[in-house]
Design a protein around this ligand. Structure first.
Ligand code: GFB
Length: 316
C-alpha cells in the first residue's frame, strides 16, 4: 500500500480504531481520514454514501462496531444485530460504489461454532450452532464476512476480513456491566486494592478458556495485510495460547498487586467453553503477535491508572 494512500479508519475513537491510528502513524501512513459519530453517523446510509462520494478514499479499515462483553451481548441482542449489520452494509456497499478496491473488515472469534474443535481454523465457519450469549453479534459479523466475499466474487474487489480473538489494551471499556472480562477484572482488582477488600468477584465458574490479544498486535496485523496487498478471505488473529478465566483473574490481581481471593459468581454465564484460534494461516504469511499477556496486562494497567478519572469513571 502506498504511504500516501488515503485511508479511512471507521471507528477511530474505539479501542481497535485508536490502535489502528497509532499503528498507521508509526509506519508513516499520515493520510488518514477519520470522522466522529457526530460528523458521520455510519447508520445513516445517505450520509455514508455522500461521504465516500466526496472524500476520494483509497482504503477503508472498518473498525466501527457495537461491541461489548458477554452480559451486554446477552442483554441487548437487537442493538448488536441491527447496528452491526447496518454499519457493515452501509460502509461496504458505499465503498464499493465509490470504486474502492481495498477494505479490511474486523470481525470476532465468536463467529465460530460454540463447540468448534480447538484450535479453531477458519474453515470451521458455519459448521455448527453458535454460542447463544453472542449469537446476534456473531451473525452480524458473519454477514460482514460474507458481504466482503460476495463483493469480491461479483465485482472483483479485494476486501479482506480479520477475526481477532478477545482484545484488550488502551482505550478499553471499563463499565462493569458492559465490558469484556479483562478490563472488568483489572478494574475490580484495582478497586479492591484501593478499598482494602481481600477478594474480587469473577463471573461464571472460572473454567471457561479465552485467548487474549493486545489491541496493538491486532492493529499491526491489519496494517500488515494492507501493506502486503493481501485481499480476500478471512484470517484469524490471535496469539496462539489461551488461559482459564481463573488464571486470568490471578494474572490481573498480580498486575495490580492485589493479594486476594477469587469468588465465583455462578449466577453469571460462562459463555463459550473455549475460544482458541488456529493462527497458522496468518503465520504462514509471516505475521505473529509480539505482546505477551503478562506484559500486555502490565501496560494496560499503567494506562488504566493514567486515565482512571476520564476513561474509567466518566465513561462507565
Ligand atoms: O469477555 P467476556 O465478557 O466475553 O467474558 P466472551 C469472557 C468470560 O469471562 C466469560 C467471564 O466466561 C465470563 O463469564 N467473566 C468473569 C467475566 N468475570 C467477568 C466480568 O467481570 N466481566 C465479564 N464481562 N466477564 C464476548 C462476546 O464473549 O467476546 C462478544 O460476547 C465478542 O460477542 C467478545 O466476541 C470478543 O468472550 O464470552
Amino acid at each position: 500500500m502506498d504511504k500516501n494512500a488515503r485511508i479511512f479508519v471507521a471507528g477511530h475513537r474505539g479501542m481497535a480504531g485508536s490502535a489502528l491510528l497509532r499503528n498507521l502513524a508509526s509506519r508513516g501512513h499520515d493520510n488518514v481520514v477519520t470522522r466522529s459519530r457526530a460528523e458521520l453517523d455510519l447508520v445513516d446510509q445517505a450520509a455514508v454514501e455522500r461521504f465516500f462520494r466526496d472524500e476520494a478514499i483509497d482504503v477503508v479499515i472498518l473498525a466501527a462496531a457495537k461491541v461489548g462483553g458477554i452480559l451486554a451481548n446477552d442483554t441487548y441482542p437487537a442493538d448488536f444485530l441491527y447496528l452491526n449489520l447496518i454499519i457493515e452494509a452501509n460502509v461496504i456497499h458505499s465503498a464499493y460504489r465509490a470504486g474502492i478496491q481495498r477494505l479490511v473488515f474486523l470481525g470476532s472469534s465468536c463467529i465460530y461454532p460454540r463447540e468448534a474443535p480447538q484450535p479453531i481454523k477458519e474453515d470451521y465457519l458455519l459448521t455448527g450452532p453458535l454460542e447463544s450469549t453472542n449469537e446476534c453479534y456473531a451473525i452480524a459479523k458473519i454477514a460482514g464476512i460474507k458481504l466482503c466475499e460476495a463483493f469480491n466474487r461479483q465485482f472483483g474487489t479485494q476486501y479482506v476480513s480479520l477475526m481477532p480473538t478477545n482484545l484488550y489494551g488502551p482505550n478499553d471499556n471499563y463499565d462493569l456491566k458492559t465490558s469484556h472480562v479483562l478490563p472488568a477484572l483489572l478494574r475490580k482488582a484495582h478497586e479492591a486494592k484501593v478499598s482494602g477488600a481481600d477478594s474480587i468477584s469473577v463471573w461464571g465458574t472460572g473454567r471457561a478458556r479465552r485467548e487474549f490479544l493486545h489491541v496493538d498486535d491486532m492493529a499491526d496485523a491489519a496494517v500488515f495485510m494492507l501493506e502486503r496487498g493481501l485481499g480476500g478471505g478471512w484470517y484469524n488473529v490471535g496469539c496462539g495460547a489461551d488461559v482459564t478465566i481463573e488464571e486470568l483473574a490471578s494474572a490481573a490481581m498480580h498486575a495490580v498487586g492485589l493479594d486476594g481471593r477469587i469468588e465465583f459468581d455462578v449466577s453469571k454465564p460462562d459463555g463459550t467453553p473455549q475460544k482458541l484460534l488456529d493462527i497458522s494461516k496468518l503465520a504462514e504469511l509471516g505475521w505473529r503477535a509480539k505482546i505477551g499477556l503478562q506484559e500486555g496486562l502490565a501496560a494496560t494497567y499503567e494506562d488504566f491508572l493514567q486515565n482512571y478519572e476520564t476513561q474509567v469513571l466518566e465513561r462507565a
